[in-house]
Ligand binder design. Structure first.
Ligand SMILES: NC(=O)c1ccc[n+]([C@@H]2O[C@H](COP(=O)([O-])OP(=O)(O)OC[C@H]3O[C@@H](n4cnc5c(N)ncnc54)[C@H](OP(=O)(O)O)[C@@H]3O)[C@@H](O)[C@H]2O)c1
Length: 337
């Protein structure tokens, strides 16, 4: 049996392309003492991988990312064969892991396995931390979300609603996504940020202003939201996906006096500093998933050989909800839902 890994071969300028990656074939690795071999079933491709491509990823070495898989061989008693685990040695069909590198999945009956990488995974945790710990959302707060149709954005919209937000407003990159936000995700209003100046579109969608801005994009969105925030408004800085492929984007323009005069708070965070809230996220989200009040938004691409394609698709906005890659194979993998 052969294993496949993905290597980055070149540092891109601007948007990456398929020729910046290479699939490398090898024998399936064997676990050594204290490790287990995982056959991966789902992979996450994320905007942060684009950031890592500039300097952090080693060239011509296997890439890493979040993945779920099943232990198929083990030389470590705490990692029994057959168990489903989460780990970070993704972008490869097979991973050799230690106990410290893995997390057992709780596998709630009726919850699909993919949800542990989307709304119950790092994506959902980011949305949950942003609303509950950074925005400290209060009942009735009006919330604006950028990249609202993506993984973090859809989870933020759905969680905000469940947490008692007032109006929930989103921006996304196409009319179809705008419709999806309103008709499927439960946003009260949404706009296509490509259809005009963001400040004007936001004023139209939220004429009375907003209390919280959950920002996945930066740039023009951030400037517009600072203008629209009410007194004691909060900006949750989650990401800057609007700039990962265009580093020459001009700096954000906003009225600095607004921050003082409206007593605004602008705070960023990294989800890796909040992993202790994982259980709290399960407690909050799983009951809602089981009643159907919460639905995971996912774009699932089938076949490991399409992982680069899925990553590039996401960078250009081809996804709705969290983008995941699923191993090709018969039926539902994992047997969790
Ligand atoms: N702080 C943390 O710990 C943390 C954790 C997870 C994610 N993040 C950040 O959260 C953000 C969302 O991540 P995600 O995983 O949920 O990805 P995602 O939103 O599912 O996918 C990226 C989306 O970005 C949008 N986009 C691309 N270029 C854009 C541009 N120039 N302007 C505006 N939107 C653009 C696209 O949607 P459109 O069609 O709408 O353009 C695309 O679907 C990213 O900034 C990411 O880095 C941060």
């Amino acid at each position: 049996m052969t294993a496949l890994t993905v290597h980055q071969t070149v540092r891109p300028t601007g948007f990456p392309a398929p020729e910046h990656f290479r699939f490398v074939e090898s024998r399936v690795p064997e676990p050594s003492r204290g490790t287990a071999l995982v056959e991966n079933l789902y992979w996450s491709v994320d905007p942060y991988h684009r950031e890592m491509m500039d300097a952090d990823f080693e060239l011509n070495a296997p890439l890493e990312g979040r993945a779920l898989g099943r232990i198929v061989a083990s030389r470590e008693p705490s990692l029994p064969e057959g168990e489903l685990v989460f780990h970070r040695k993704g972008w490869r069909t097979h991973s050799v892991v230690t106990p410290a590198e893995t997390r057992r999945l709780p596998l709630h009956d009726g919850v699909p396995l993919s949800a542990y990488l989307s709304v119950l995974g790092g994506t959902g945790l980011t949305a949950y931390v942003g609303l509950t710990r950074v925005a400290r959302l209060r009942e009735g707060d009006d919330v604006f979300v950028s990249a609202a149709a993506g993984g973090v954005g859809t989870a933020t919209g759905r969680f905000a609603r469940l947490l008692g937000a007032g109006r929930v407003i989103g921006s996304a990159g196409s009319p179809a996504k705008v419709r999806h936000l309103i008709e499927q995700v439960g946003y009260d209003a949404a706009f296509d940020y490509r259809s005009g100046p963001v400040a004007d579109l936001l004023t139209k969608a939220a004429p009375d202003g907003i209390d919280v801005f959950v920002d996945n994009v930066g740039g023009e969105h951030l400037g517009a939201a600072i203008g629209a925030l009410r007194e004691r408004g909060r900006v949750v800085r989650i990401g800057t996906v609007g700039q990962y492929n265009t580093p020459d984007t001009p700096p954000v323009v906003f009225n600095h006096a607004d921050v003082v005069e409206k007593s605004l708070r602008i705070e960023g965070f990294l989800v890796r500093d909040y992993v202790d809230l994982q259980e709290e996220l399960y407690e909050f989200a799983v009951p809602h998933l089981l009643t159907g009040a919460l639905v995971p938004d996912e774009t699932v691409v089938t076949g490991f050989e399409r992982i680069v394609e899925a990553f590039l698709l996401m960078l250009r906005g081809g996804n709705t909800g969290k983008i995941l890659v699923r191993a090709a194979g018969p039926g539902e993998v994992g047997g969790a839902g």
